[in-house]
Design a protein. Sequence first.
Length: 175
Amino acid sequence: MELSRLHRTVKRGRSDGFTLIEGLIALFVFTVALLGIAALLARSVSVSHGAYLRSVASMQALDIAERIRANVLLTPSEMAYGGFTSCKAGSLPTVDTSVREQCVANACDKNTLRAWDQTLWCVETAERFGALFRQASITEDSGSYVVSIEWDERVIEDDNQQSIDSRSFTWRVSQ
């Protein structure tokens, strides 16, 4: 009988919790899972930012398309919005604000309006892309315009290495 009571005492004193080794293994597994989630988060932020930049490029291309169509003073043969090649990072044109007041008062001619549209569009495009902006151009092609915008984008590769890639967006505008 005495042996049975001793056996119950030992059984009652036994702990059913984790040992230190089990706790360290669980912590290691949890840490590896968190690192995987962090890499996934970084990748999703990169992809999301790339989508945002493409969206900005699309909006800017649509902006100049609407500016071209809104210049009703130009006949279709005069709509020479193309050839605007000075829109590059580091050599942006300056915006003359007096032209805006002149055009708002309906006192500007069609060529002044076209130059204003091109200059303002170029500066606004560069501002929206910030330091990532490379260049933008509008070229004529068979009665339509091709709007191209180029920028740099940070890309996270499959092995989690970061690199800078040049991206471009092209939009064809018909009259």
